[in-house]
Ligand binder design. Structure first.
Ligand code: PLP
Length: 449
């Protein structure tokens, strides 16, 4: 433990640490918040303030903070065999066990895992593997990926290109070639007079139009988050994903579900595709696979894709030193054991989730809230100037951060994207904590209004 006081730490941070997704000059002036401890759904900062973390770190601490078993699993594996790679025709025990466990959990015949360190790398991996998949079947021209404007698939060159965040594309010469985007399914802003289900079909058929415009023989895959998280928890209408699946099947376009947020219980199902009733060919996972206790990601392929990669793909010219790291795999296995044995995913579906949904809908009654959306344990409150209209504030992104800061003052962590307050608590949140969440959010809304 450090002996340095808060002010000294902030000074060192301002001087030596570049923060991701921050205006570092502004942060240096303001001073960063330093977290020191976590237990269950709470974290404590270095000044001793207790905060209810309604964002599970960054959508990831699904089993909650402070589970000693995960530390013990890491320690045991580190002591026994801290590292070995999966390159030299070998691998380690936990790596194999984790691959088999993921095959058991994943939907349909998504049975094959390629391990990486993060969600971004998982998405990089699928870009290369999918293009390789088509190339070795004599279709090298079938190399285009279609994603969505405002989608988020990570921060590497491929991840940020597959994503459709304009702010990210402005930095560093993105997107890379042969990646296209369609508009996201966001009924609140885009649905006009259509019912949600009518709109879902319309939004999905933008994919069909794009495939036909580019030529199906050139389109390799479509990638989407089952629920678009980072942009503001856009929960698509029920009609959306089955129609996307139909279109992908019709034009032989591989369907990739980016399950980095939705995977491992966030929606009350193990994977977001199960929540929406569609079957992807490929999934990318990270975050909840270890509940954020240690970095790990995976690109997961169904039998069709994996068989081609294995039998026709030759040597895969792809991989990282830490692909299948035994310590990360051991922690993931322990995390999954806890999720299963304590029925945490089921709980996020049947026990506390309906109560959370009810209280979230009550927050939707507030005069500042235009829409309260929620699916299992992920949701958003869309703050608006006029509750009767589905329209944003004229200067978008000025009100959300104010509300977020009021919430923080009351000891509650919510994230603000533009003017949406985002919710993604540890899946173990109790009813009493849901009430605390409600009271603190309501107070913050009152102070913001
Ligand atoms: N995909 C989605 C849907 C995400 O939300 C994220 C991160 O938030 C990523 C990919 C990137 O994952 P990572 O930050 O682990 O690289």
């Amino acid at each position: 433990m450090t002996q340095l006081d808060y002010k000294t730490l902030q000074k060192l941070d301002a001087e030596y640490h570049l923060h991701p997704f921050n205006d570092n000059a502004a942060l240096a002036k303001k001073g960063t918040r330093i977290l020191t401890r976590g237990e269950g759904c709470y974290v404590w900062d270095a000044e001793g303030n207790q905060l209810l973390d309604a964002f599970a770190g960054l959508w990831c601490v699904n089993i909650g903070y402070g589970r000693k078993e995960l530390g013990e699993a890491a320690s045991k594996q580190m002591t026994q065999l801290a590292y070995y790679n999966s390159f030299f025709q070998c691998t380690t025990e936990p790596t194999i066990e984790l691959a088999a466990k993921l095959a058991e959990l994943a939907p349909a015949d998504i049975n094959h895992s390629f391990f990486v360190n993060s969600g971004s790398e998982a998405n990089d991996t699928i870009l290369r593997m999918v293009r390789h998949f088509w190339a070795v079947q004599d279709q090298p021209q079938k190399n285009i990926f279609i994603g969505r404007h405002d989608g988020y698939h990570g921060t590497t060159m491929a991840g940020a290109s597959l994503g459709g965040m304009k702010g990210m594309h402005k930095q560093g010469g993105l997107p890379i070639p042969d990646i296209h985007h369609i508009d996201p399914p966001f009924w609140f802003a885009d649905g006009g007079d259509l019912s949600e289900d009518e709109y879902g079909l319309l939004a999905a058929r933008r994919l069909e139009a794009k495939i036909l415009e580019l030529g199906p023989e050139r389109v390799a895959a479509f990638i989407g988050e089952p629920i678009m998280g980072a942009i503001g928890v856009y929960i698509p209408p029920r009609s959306y994903w089955p129609e996307i699946e139909r279109i992908c099947r019709q034009y032989d376009v591989l369907l990739v579900a980016d399950e980095v947020i939705c995977g491992f219980g966030r929606t009350g199902q193990w994977f977001g595709s199960q929540y929406f009733g569609f079957t992807p060919d490929i999934m990318t996972v990270a975050k909840g696979i270890t509940s954020g206790y240690i970095p790990l990601g995976a690109a997961m392929f169904n039998d069709r894709v994996a068989t081609v990669l294995k039998e026709q793909g030759g040597e895969l010219a792809h991989g990282a030193t830490y692909s299948g790291h035994p310590v990360c795999a051991a922690v993931a296995l322990e995390n999954i054991r806890i999720l299963q044995e304590e029925k945490i995913v089921e709980r996020a579906n049947s026990e506390v989730a309906p109560y959370l949904a009810q209280r979230w809908a009550e927050l939707g009654e507030h005069r500042l809230v235009g829409q309260a959306r929620i699916a299992g344990m992920v949701g958003a409150l869309e703050l608006v100037p006029d509750k009767r209209k589905r329209a944003f504030f004229p200067e978008r992104g000025t009100v959300g951060p104010v509300c977020r800061d009021f919430a923080l003052k009351h000891g509650l962590i919510l994230r603000a994207t533009w003017d949406a307050m985002l919710l993604s608590p540890p899946l173990i949140i109790s009813k009493a904590q849901v009430d605390e969440l409600f009271d603190k959010t309501w107070k913050a809304l009152e102070e913001t209004a």
